[in-house]
Write a protein that binds this ligand. Structure first.
Ligand code: G6P
Length: 617
């Protein structure tokens, strides 16, 4: 949902900003722009399309300077046009601003500013913000001491703003300075060697520094070439805490892989190892988590769980629900974060709340967390990005530790969420009725998951062949049962988001209550057919489809016998423990959708209309 970068230092700001924008492109790619301040002038270049296109325009215009801001946009207010691209410049030419978020009360502020003679070139809420800063600046007295007029005009403006923002602002009267601020949209300050960088996430600055300050909501950062300071909207000074990023720039590069998605699919064995490291008890019979901030006694009192998330993370919650109910026998409810926040659903008083979010910035999930906390519930987070808003606001949490995930379609973050969900189920089960030996068996199974995933990945060449065969279809069904029903949903989501093939996920037996009407030789079905006590029921559903000429791709456990002719193509997966099955079953659907999208010539890492981190409602 828009990426922003700002640079203050001695180097060529344009090159650093463009590199940062490239890394933030997963947040939006409708248009991009950059502005540098030089000799008390603001030079802007902005264009619809990708950062590469912007880079060509920038080269033509010979833009240069040592202080600047840049933006890559995911359109909210106003269409995808050059005029709506950021940075926006105030009508008096004094300020340039980039923004990630939504200003909800922009219409009334625009009306006010029009009345005062300010003019607008775009349809965006951002330009309103920029002009409002100019308006406050004009009224602000010049000061010899204390907070600068620049900082104060931004502060006054933000006090009038309703909505969300991560912003960076330049002012011609303050050369070499940037003012940044955030509310509900992420903003990180990189503290480098005689330079400071503001960015929406660490990937945009990690090539220059690993020292960062995670700005909090309502904080304003003031960067000058020699120093930075942080204060609040209420003018209180903040002592910054400088954290160190534990991964390096190579983790955010795709290396020899054609796409980040491919790299991240093949990284999953290592990602799973990292996610489970140090998280099993010394006796090898249960899981342990360092950051939950809840005692075993308090955990024992919990009678229900509520999980909220969006997109792929929501599917991981559904699998977790299945495993907790199956092994720990505790009722679990799962809700879309976007629904939970407005549904006002009654919650059992002894409910422990969990949110899952790779980015930790998804606004609906953050809002669900806040709503649960407002009602007095304790909220835990399963989250990948260290220092994210969700990680900071949760009462406790479990980091996924899988390194940066760049591909918009989530893969390694998903399987690590499945792993952590399985570990939560184990922890709870061992507190109740699961025996020591069953616990040890469960732990051993989880430890074996990375190797099973390596094994499943060996099917890649075969899946690529299958993908060629099915890439031309317009519709597809994904069918699974029990813990693999959420995998059917995930398979359908993956396929539609990156290949634009219409796909639906259903519980396999439910298919006969509607979706079967779609079946013909033109609508293939992907079936999960693992070894289980209901294997024969799954085969019956397959036969119902075959009887109606529907092509079938079966993802089946190695060694199970499918009746002859029922499946057109079979992708084997290794036989494994129930807790590991969803992780292993995710691999073929990830590869299938990836190869189908490649076959169709789709832009896998940047699917149309999507963004990796959705920080608007
Ligand atoms: C977006 C992404 C999805 C992701 C969802 C939740 O819609 O395109 O891939 O699953 O957000 O993201 P989160 O960061 O909260 O897990």
């Amino acid at each position: 949902m828009c990426g922003i970068v700002g640079y203050v230092g001695k180097q060529n700001a344009v090159a650093i900003i463009l590199e940062g924008l490239k890394r933030l492109e997963y947040r939006g790619y409708d248009s991009a722009g950059v502005c540098v301040e030089k000799g008390r002038k603001l030079d802007v270049v902005k264009k619809t399309g990708r950062v590469d296109r912007l880079a060509k325009e920038v080269a033509k215009s010979r833009l240069s300077g040592t202080t600047g801001i840049g933006h890559t946009r995911w359109a909210t207010h106003g269409g995808v046009t050059d005029a709506n691209a950021h940075p926006h410049v105030s009508s008096d030419g004094r300020f340039a601003l980039i923004h990630n978020g939504v200003i909800e009360n922009y219409a009334q502020m625009k009306k006010f500013l029009l009345g005062k003679g300010y003019t607008f070139k775009s349809e965006t809420d951002t330009e309103v913000l920029c002009n409002l800063i100019a308006y406050h600046y004009a009224k602000e007295p010049k000061r010899a001491k204390g907070p600068s007029r620049f900082v104060e005009s931004v502060r006054k403006t933000l006090r009038h703003v309703e909505g969300t923002y991560g912003i960076a602002v330049l002012c011609v009267d303050f050369p070499g300075e940037i003012v940044g601020a955030r509310k509900a949209s992420p903003l990180i300050l990189g503290v480098g060697d005689q330079e400071y960088i503001l960015a929406s996430d660490a990937s945009a600055l990690v090539s220059r520094t690993q020292n960062v300050v995670y700005l909090k909501d309502g904080e304003i950062a003031h960067l000058t070439p020699k120093a930075f300071s942080i204060s609040t909207l209420d003018q209180d000074d903040v002592s910054p805490v400088v954290d160190t990023i534990t991964w390096s720039v190579s983790d955010a590069e795709k290396g020899a892989h054609a796409h980040f998605m491919e790299k991240e699919i093949f990284e999953q064995p290592t990602a799973l190892e990292n996610a489970m490291r140090g998280r099993f008890s010394a006796d090898g019979s249960t899981a342990q988590f360092g950051g939950l901030n809840i005692t075993p006694g308090e955990f024992r009192e919990i009678e229900r769980f509520m999980f909220c998330a969006c997109g792929t993370a929501w599917h991981a919650c559904l699998v977790t629900e299945h495993l907790i109910e199956r092994f720990a026998r505790i009722p679990v409810e799962v809700d879309y974060a976007s629904e939970f926040r407005y549904r006002n659903s009654p919650l059992h008083p002894r409910t422990l709340f969990f949110v899952m979010s790779q980015s930790g910035e998804t606004i609906d999930t953050l809002a669900a967390l806040r709503e649960a906390k407002r009602k007095g519930y304790r909220v835990m987070a399963v989250n990948n990005v260290v220092g994210s808003s969700i990680a900071r606001e949760a009462d406790g949490g479990i980091y996924q530790h899988v390194g940066p995930e760049v591909g918009v379609a989530s893969t390694k973050a998903f399987t690590s969420q499945l792993l952590i969900g399985a570990m939560i189920a184990l922890y709870l089960a061992r507190m109740r009725d699961m025996s020591f030996s069953d616990g040890v068996e469960y732990v051993e199974a989880l430890k074996g998951a990375p190797d099973l995933v390596r094994h499943a990945l060996k099917q890649a060449p075969r899946i690529r062949e299958i993908a060629r065969k099915y890439a031309g279809y317009h519709d597809m069904l994904f069918l699974g049962r029990l813990s693999l029903f959420p995998l059917a949903l995930e398979g359908a989501l993956k396929l539609k988001e990156i290949s634009y093939i219409h796909a639906e996920g259903y519980p396999a037996a439910e298919m006969k209550h509607g979706p079967i009407a779609l079946i013909s030789e033109k609508c293939p079905a992907v079936f999960f057919a693992p070894k289980s006590e209901i294997f024969s029921k799954i085969v019956s559903s397959m036969q119902e489809i075959k009887a109606r000429k529907g092509p079938i791709i079966a993802i089946a456990t190695e060694g199970v016998e499918l009746p002859k002719g029922v499946a057109d193509d079979v992708i084997p997966i290794p036989d494994c423990h129930e807790a590991v099955l969803p992780i292993v079953a995710a691999i073929p659907v990830q590869l299938l959708s990836y190869y189908i999208a490649v076959e169709r010539g789709c832009d896998v890492d940047k699917p149309r209309n999507l963004a990796k981190s959705v920080t608007v409602e």
